[in-house]
Design a protein around this ligand. Sequence first.
Ligand code: GLN
Length: 423
Amino acid sequence: MRSPILDYLDTLIAETQHVVEGQPADYIPELAAADPEKVAVALCTVNGTVYASGDTDHHFSIQSMSKPFAYALAIEDHGLAGIRDLIGVEPSGEAFNELSLDPETGRPRNPMINAGAIATHALISSEETSGLDRILEFFSRLTGRDVGLDDAVAASELATADRNLGLAYLLHASGQLDGDPQVSVEGYVQQCAASVTVADLALMASTLANGGVQPHSGERLLCRESTRHLLSVMATCGMYDAAGDWLTTVGIPAKSGVAGGIIGVLPGQIGVAVFSPRLDRHGNSVRGVAMMERLSEDLGLHLMEASRPARSALRETLRVTVEDQPATVYVLQGDLVLSSIEALVHELIESPPSTDLVVFDMARVDEVLPVARRTSSEMAAKLLDEGHRIIIVDPESTVADFTDSRGRGIERWSPERLESALG
Ligand code: GLN
């Protein structure tokens, strides 16, 4: 059975099809030649379940979405206090590739703009291991597979890297970059050319959502404190000079890349990734931003929204007899948001009810977000299609009436009726 969460992602892609403004990055020739119609979206829960839709096999370069992860390694090497002395944490309000440093401190303003990212790359490089090898090995741990480089993108960017070279020389001149500026830019550009899919990125983002523990391997890749620090910097600086707009509309820590990807992190709940190559003037994917805005609205991701407990919607599953028939009763609870309903849907798909009669007891449910309403209705329709009889105990009428493809509907019972039927 196809998960209704995947159906939702398909709809998201279909409903943003009209967003065709912007152009692929043109200052890197290989990116200018990208197919602008490619589009993909993926979610990964903190339990490691990945949902991906669209061009899910399409590989593209990670670009600036590599910056937070390189910064994580630099924090590991230098400690939080140490790194703060080297790279600032203030939004610059300038373009990502602006040729400027903080006039007071002479340091890069933050690690998400190129000045800070080139300095970061140099900080994670040593005589023994190149920064590039370290970051690729980190990406491999984060994604659970061997991440390689898109050599064509790296070569193309290196051939046109005057601006980044300018930045590296500026850093070197002000004492903020040890070593050869050219070598640092080469390493940084290759770091940006790591080749990934949206599912890889969603998994990487979910590690940040999960406090630094990779959900599949269970390996702690970042400590809690660094994760919190990193997410704070992503929230304020991740979308460059569009950061304020982003935080007010989408409202989650995020990072974009000029190949067209954007990752977002909802702490404690999910990692998200979208891809579409056409960019706005800030260098952020136009359709990607549109998809993220929809996701945030539909899934209730905005951080400043009154917080909802991230517990599972499924309180318990009972196998009982209802009116002399064996039945499975799913007792739901709390607010139904995407991450809580996902656990229920996952359970229903992985171990479908073994009885014909299925009861959803929603008497303990508080608020239901539109996406959860839609997902639970679609799930019920799928169960009806498979031949189940469905009873819903829904005193607040949170689930809409509907019928399946053969015209059969759900039955509505009051809590009292269920109680007396259970005996
Ligand atoms: N490699 C790109 C650059 O340095 C990354 C920029 C980005 O993704 N915003 O220009």
